[in-house]
Write a protein that binds this ligand. Structure first.
Ligand SMILES: [Zn+2]
Length: 479
């Protein structure tokens, strides 16, 4: 059987100039996977946009390490070593996993390094150490140069970006700034950059260059997330830090507070993380998505970002909403956090009681089973249709790769779910409170909930009811 490998990609701000967008990284990696005759099990994708934060955590990297360690995948393909591990400590963690599982595979597009052999490891360590030192050196040099500029009161030069006055880049252009802020608000409300881009194009906003059709997507994204908006100085997309590690600020007028700017960056990063795999929006996972059901029409309810939420406001960030799009009545919704808190408390309490009286184990089903079945059936039906010459082979091949990838992703998800379930069985008693629970990966949280509940019914609250009423949330206990 072919080895099940995963692709790991990481985007950072400096990739833009090198044309190393995630799509290209992915394509090159996929080609390599094909070439070696491996089977692609999963694509892990981190948006490690280094300008946003120092020491960014890489959730997908962590997931990949644990999937490698537990045997769900047999290896990793990455564009280059730098994508996989920028810090020596990350490389050491990868090497540890390769130590514990002897037959793992590792390959890069640009240089072939064998992490299962001593030579390869030495090579990898040297490369990461050098890359790390080089970036330290250059950032120190740049920091000094820019601090000198800042101290002498000079700006770093260049034309004024959109949002500031053309003849004086230190002064805000009121009108442009208001367009930027309006667009940022839309981003926070879940509007896509593409939608804003169309509107800006129609209204000729954002200094469109003569003769160009539209502002580029990444260009608009940059205008809305530029660290300059909150006063941070940058160089090649990196926020400059002073010797205390704090961001250096410029003398120009700002358009955002740091908090506002961070919220927009986080929203953009989150949206990007959603677009993994074959371009399917996955989005953030909510604890009770697929578990909660509408009390009126009984369709499954999913979590969604609250459109009215803004940074600093007291409104709930997300809610569970019966949706017409998903075939529901659209009439029932509830703020997310109190529902989750209530259910977590109830389930933990119940499991504590059960553990005390040593209850018998219950069978838990994986929530993705139905989709997995559908995708597998589609693949079968399409292949059969092609064999019977009802459709052409080329139209089969148009859709087959996406379906197969989705099926393999689901397979992996199921394996992960079952693994977490096993772990949850032994671990649930170790969870003392809601905070412990929230620290667990979402899959494990869900498997613990599903251990006790088969569903959660959310009943309509009636008009104008503002106060959260726990009696309207009905847990359906497993029998
Ligand atoms: Zn409904």
């Amino acid at each position: 059987m072919a080895r099940k490998v995963a692709i790991y990609t990481r985007i950072s701000r400096d990739d833009e100039g090198e044309g190393l967008g995630v799509a290209r990284q992915r394509e090159d990696c996929e080609r390599l996977v094909d070439l070696r005759g491996w089977s692609l099990a999963k694509i892990y994708e981190d948006n490690d946009v280094s300008a946003y934060k120092r020491n960014v955590r890489r959730p997908e990297f962590e997931l990949m390490l644990s999937d490698l360690a537990s045997g769900l995948i047999d290896g990793v393909v990455s564009y280059d070593l730098d994508r996989l591990a920028r810090q020596p400590k990350d490389l050491e963690r990868v090497i540890d996993v390769f130590d514990s599982r002897k037959r793992l595979t590792f390959a890069t597009v640009t240089n072939d390094i064998d992490l299962s052999a001593a030579d390869g490891r030495t090579m990898a360590r040297v490369m990461v150490a050098f890359a790390n030192k080089a970036s330290h050196d250059s950032s120190r040099r740049i920091r000094r140069k820019h601090l000198e500029l800042a101290m002498s009161g000079k700006s770093s030069g260049g034309p004024a970006p959109y949002g500031w006055q053309k003849d004086d880049p230190n002064k805000v252009d009121r009108e442009a700034a208001s367009h930027i802020r309006a667009a940022q608000k839309e981003i926070l409300a879940g509007v896509r950059i593409g939608t804003i881009r169309r509107r800006w194009h129609e209204e000729r906003l954002g200094h469109p260059r003569e003769g160009t059709k539209r502002i580029a997507h990444h260009h608009l994204e940059h205008m809305l997330t530029n660290p300059r908006l909150c006063g941070y100085r940058t160089y090649h997309g990196e926020i400059l830090l002073n010797d205390n590690g704090e961001p250096v600020t410029g003398e120009w007028e700002t358009i955002n507070t740091v908090k506002e700017w961070e919220a927009v960056c986080a929203a953009v990063a989150e949206r990007k993380k959603g677009g993994t795999g074959a371009g399917r929006p996955v989005g953030r996972k909510y604890l009770l998505s697929g578990i909660a059901r509408c009390g009126l029409c009984h369709t499954k309810i999913r979590g969604q970002i609250n459109q009215r939420w803004q940074p600093g406001s007291k409104a709930s960030k997300y809610s569970y909403q019966c949706s017409v799009v998903n075939g529901g009545c659209g009439k029932v919704g509830r703020v997310g956090e109190p529902v989750e808190d209530l259910i977590i408390d109830l389930v933990l309490e119940e499991q504590r009681k059960k553990a005390a009286e040593d209850g018998s184990p219950v069978e838990v089903r994986w929530p993705g089973e139905a989709e997995f079945q559908t995708v597998s059936d589609d693949i079968k039906a399409l292949t059969a249709a092609a064999n019977a010459r009802e459709i052409t082979v080329s139209s089969l091949l148009q859709v087959l790769p996406d379906l197969e990838r989705r099926r393999d992703e689901l397979k992996l998800e199921r394996a992960r779910f079952l693994r977490e379930l096993k772990r949850a069985e032994s671990i649930a008693e170790g969870i003392k409170n809601r905070e412990d629970f929230r620290d667990l990966p979402i899959e494990r949280q869900q498997s613990i909930i599903l251990h006790s509940l088969s569903a959660v019914s959310i009943h309509p609250a009636g008009r104008g009811r503002r106060i959260f009423d726990p009696d309207l949330i009905e847990p359906i206990w497993r029998e």
